[in-house]
Write a protein that binds this ligand. Structure first.
Ligand SMILES: [Zn+2]
Ligand SMILES: [Zn+2]
Length: 350
């Protein structure tokens, strides 16, 4: 098998040829048909997150072992099945749920594999989709993708699921008042379409970049507001029709988290999704006074992925603009992503 492997943090990937993996038990071996390059792959390559106040979270200290084949947005076609894997249609492509747990802890037993304390996430804890071949432990992680092409289906495993799970956390409010979406990059555009697929009102979107605000309006946002404006909070609340019931921060910077906090009203919910970095400066007394709920949302559960894929197969999930590239271009594409030069999603097609 061929793969692009991270052998040192902060360094370009290495092209490797390895022996083809074999399968046993319930394992499934797949030929990778597409794999999206996610912004969080940059953090993995860097080896850390910025936690603000001079602190960092190091992946190495948290047990991430190198060399690692990154890639957590894979689709594939079955090459081989272990003797206990059961019947799987080998003639079609599947999108692979990457947020796999140990399968044996209380989180996993509750259906929250994505919160497992011994995660086996593809492309983070075990080798992922920057390769032409991938092995997974069980066929239950394979999802039907209908008539979607691999490059359109692949990003649903992370960017699609992350957005969907965040919206599910405020689903009770999105029909009552427009949800505020902060950040109109790939996730933001996905969120605008998903809100509508879930029956919500057209969202109010905030972004610093005029081009992204324009894209948000074209995707169906009710209004798109410049987060850098002095009166950004007032503009958001005017667009919502009052203090917001829910805000989703897809950026995760100090400024965006501050805006989310100020924009929501009593009983409001803030869902933190973005991993830009920094620390929050929320006034603590206002958390009880506003009775605000601050939720983190990290990817999504296997059940949520099933719900998302059902919507996607029905054609209700907007496709991100994607460009496909050869596997060998992975390092170069990560550099371009870091420099902000990728529009939509870059997808590797080995
Ligand atoms: Zn991702
Ligand atoms: Zn577990």
């Amino acid at each position: 098998m061929k793969c692009q492997s991270l052998t040192d943090f902060k360094k370009p990937l290495t092209s490797e040829t390895r022996p083809d993996p074999t399968v046993s038990g319930t394992e499934v071996l797949l030929r990778v048909t597409a794999n999206g390059i996610c912004h969080s792959d940059l953090h993995i390559r860097e080896g850390s997150y910025n936690l603000g106040q001079g602190r960092t979270l190091s992946f190495g200290d948290r047990g991430l072992k190198l060399p690692l084949v990154m890639g957590h947005e894979p689709t594939g076609r079955v090459l081989a099945l272990g003797p206990d894997a059961g019947e799987v249609d080998t003639s079609k492509d599947y999108v692979i749920y990457p947020w796999q747990g140990c399968g044996d802890c209380f989180q996993c037993n509750m259906g929250r594999e994505n919160y497992c304390a011994s995660p086996q996430y593809l492309g983070l804890n075990v080798d992922g989709g920057y390769a032409d071949t991938i092995k997974i432990p069980h066929p239950r992680y394979l999802f039907d993708m209908g008539t979607l092409s691999p490059e359109i289906a692949a990003p649903l495993a992370c960017s699609g699921l992350t957005t969907f799970s965040a919206l599910k956390k405020v689903e009770d409010t999105i029909k009552e008042a427009p949800v505020v979406i902060i950040g109109a990059g790939g996730l933001g555009l996905m969120a605008i379409g998903l809100v509508q697929a879930m029956g919500g009102l057209a969202p109010v979107v905030v972004d610093l970049d005029p081009a992204k605000r324009k894209a948000a309006l074209a995707a169906g946002a009710a209004q798109a507001i410049d987060g850098a404006a002095d009166d950004a909070v007032a503009q958001v609340q005017a667009a919502v029709g009052g203090p917001a019931l829910a805000a989703i921060d897809l950026v995760g910077a100090e400024s965006s988290a501050g805006l989310a906090f100020d924009a929501v009203g009593k009983g409001g919910k803030i869902v933190m999704v973005g991993l830009f970095g920094g620390a929050a400066s929320w006034p603590l007394p206002l958390i009880p006074v506003k009775a605000v709920t601050i939720l983190g949302s990290y990817v999504g559960s296997l059940k949520e992925f099933g719900e998302l894929m059902a919507l996607a197969v029905d054609g209700k999930v907007p496709a991100l603009p994607t460009q496909t590239h050869e596997l060998e271009k992975a390092s170069e594409l990560l550099d371009q992503l870091e420099e902000g030069k990728i529009i939509g999603r870059a997808v590797l097609v080995p």
